[in-house]
Design a binder for this molecule. Structure first.
Ligand SMILES: [Mn+2]
Length: 605
């Protein structure tokens, strides 16, 4: 593996392991088969093979997602009970509280369920305002999950039914508390259940060990959608099965735009059913976005009809989240629900301010944390990063932990002060290292702790911090492998420049939307030399514009922050380049170009 360090100005450029995917003998046969059957290049066929596609039919289904392929919602355990109880509430005019979470998955789930029920109730000739209400817990005073305050709110407002979305699977006591107040609960959640389930009317969660539902990776919003789909099939249309899904399209299809947002932001795999839901959701966002979403797209400078999954991940999701972090999740839901363009514009601008505040806060905190590390003489010899400052904002510690791993690739914890001498924060891991186990080894020093292998939250008394730092570092230093301390680029294939044709790019585009489980393809091409015009560009000449050739074909590209390689390439030295492909339109002329992830001096003769 390559281990080279380049210095540019005074900051380090991250060095990567390159891991190139190899095809097995069987996969090579499949590749040749697809190449013939679909009449595509072998490089294009390879992209299908590495995504687990084996036949021409599977390939067609993958590149052309269809709503007919969605699973029957009644395969989900308890769906019957949920639909019946919901129908009872609707027909008897019983008041329903939709209970969510402050993140994107939780707020989109609430908006989806509200929009769905709102329409159903209006069609019955009743005003929905008296019948449905929603509740988002406060991130700081109530925290995640079903709260006592939320149930008291339901009781005080005369609700007979609570639908929890993106939460509730562990709310054993809270569901019992609701029952004591005469309130029934339907749980819609996708978090991993414990041994004991809450004794709710229905517990919808495909991760229940007794749930036969075939797809396990729905978002919280996705589980809510399945409830809406099931209700539609049973009570709103005569036809059943796939035909019903098609016929109910008009009712359910617009809701998929909210679902696509939750899938993009909650980092669930974009495979199977999620791929279909995200595909049609993005189509809806480009065709007929809800008023509030259209306003957010405007403040985020996303051109109408061009939105991609990346825009959801990097532009829309963070703005909705910022609203929950810096203000309240309720404001986010209001924006997702409004049909008033003026209100939407105002709210979207406010959301944008929250996002700017969040970004400033996150940049400032990251700067302070990096300074703390640079001032610490012992830091260079450590394997882990733990930083603490009492004044940091609780809402950004997780983002800051991620940022720190971009500079120092180590298991990282960022902490800030809470109340009564308790400090709390977020942990982020690197390279497949199990940070949950590392923190778990310090359990006796903690007051609270939860999470998984790659990310966790924790709190402890401030007096325990020095002991924690020492024990955590010791655990990391004795358990982490050298290769886990260097990030790895998972490369899909080595390409000749002649492989990069219009047809190849067209196949690539049909593999979208990309995300976990279906990564954006990363390629490598070797022995490339300067063609005509490789040079440093940008305000401070910090970026590199590439114009390279393999002596037969040429391609252009951009490498952000890599002007350090300009002279090397200009001097005629060959390089290996790792890149994604995208289209660049300039003067109405579109070309395929490289978005460079890494460049190294040529490693092969
Ligand atoms: Mn979720």
């Amino acid at each position: 593996m390559h281990f080279l360090l380049y210095l540019c100005h005074d900051f380090e450029i991250m060095t990567y392991n390159w891991n190139i995917r190899c095809l097995t003998a069987v996969e090579q046969e499949t590749q040749q088969h697809l190449e013939r059957e679909l009449n595509i290049s072998s490089a294009a066929a390879r992209m299908l093979v590495v995504r687990g596609i084996q036949t021409a039919d599977e390939a067609r289904a993958f590149v052309r997602p269809s709503l007919d392929k969605l699973h029957d919602p009644f395969l989900m355990k308890d769906m019957d009970k949920a639909v019946e109880r919901l129908h009872q509430a609707i027909t008897q005019g019983e008041k329903i509280l939709i209970y969510g979470d402050y993140d994107v998955d939780g707020t989109t789930a609430v908006a989806l369920m509200y929009r769905f029920l709102d329409k159903v109730i209006q069609e019955q000739g009743t005003t929905s305002q008296d019948i449905i209400d929603y509740y988002i817990p406060d991130r700081y005073t109530e925290g995640y999950g079903v709260s006592t305050q939320g149930i008291d709110y339901a009781a005080a407002n005369g609700c007979g039914l609570i639908i929890t979305l993106d939460c509730g699977i562990k709310a054993v006591e809270k569901v019992a508390y609701a029952a004591s107040k005469g309130i029934d609960v339907i749980v819609c959640d996708h978090h991993t259940p414990s041994d004991e389930l809450p004794s709710a009317v229905a517990v919808l969660n495909m991760k229940r060990s007794d749930c036969p539902y075939p797809y396990k990776d729905l978002s919280g919003c996705g589980v809510g959608f399945k409830l809406a789909q099931a209700y539609t099939q049973r009570y709103l249309i005569e036809a059943k099965g796939n035909e019903a899904i098609r016929l109910s399209g008009e009712r359910l299809l617009p809701l998929l735009q909210l679902l696509a947002m939750s899938i993009a932001s909650d980092i669930v795999p974009i495979t199977g059913e999620n791929r279909i839901l995200a595909h049609f959701g993005i189509q809806q966002l480009n065709k007929a976005p809800f008023t509030g979403l259209s306003a957010i797209m405007q403040v985020a400078s996303i051109e109408a009809k061009t939105l991609t999954i990346n825009d959801l991940v990097y532009k829309i999701g963070p703005r909705i989240n910022a609203c929950g972090r810096m203000k309240s999740g309720r404001a986010a839901v209001e924006l997702l629900l409004t049909d008033d363009p003026d209100f939407a514009r105002q709210q979207a601008e406010e959301v944008n301010h929250h996002n700017e505040d969040r970004r400033d806060c996150d940049t400032e905190t990251t700067k302070e944390a990096l300074q703390q590390l640079q001032d610490d003489p012992t830091f260079a010899n450590r394997r882990s990063t733990v930083v603490y400052a009492p004044h940091w904002h609780k809402g950004v510690v997780g983002i800051v932990a991620s940022r720190l791993t971009e500079t120092y690739y180590r298991p990282t914890i960022v902490l800030t002060a809470g109340e009564d001498g308790i400090i709390s924060g977020s942990a982020r891991s690197v390279g497949g290292f199990d940070i949950y186990a590392a923190i778990d080894s310090c359990l006796d020093l903690l007051t609270n702790f939860g999470g998984h292998k790659y990310a966790a939250g924790l709190s402890m008394h401030i007096d325990n911090l020095p002991a924690f730092c020492e024990r955590f570092e010791h655990y990391v230093a004795t358990h982490i492998r050298e290769d886990q301390l260097q990030p790895t680029l998972q490369i899909e294939a080595e390409l000749q420049l002649s492989d990069i044709t219009k047809q190849f790019y067209n196949v690539l585009r049909h593999l979208e939307p990309f995300g976990p489980g279906n990564p954006r393809p990363l390629f490598v091409s070797r022995r490339l030399i300067n063609h005509r015009d490789t040079r440093a560009v940008g305000k401070e000449r910090e970026h590199l514009r590439l114009d390279v050739t393999d002596r037969l074909n040429a391609i252009t590209g951009i490498a952000f922050g890599r002007a350090d390689m300009a002279e090397y390439i200009q001097n005629g030295n060959p390089v290996d380049i790792c890149y994604e492909l995208n289209e660049n339109t300039f003067n109405h002329y579109t070309t395929i170009q490289m978005m460079v992830q890494d460049i190294i001096p040529c490693s092969v003769n």
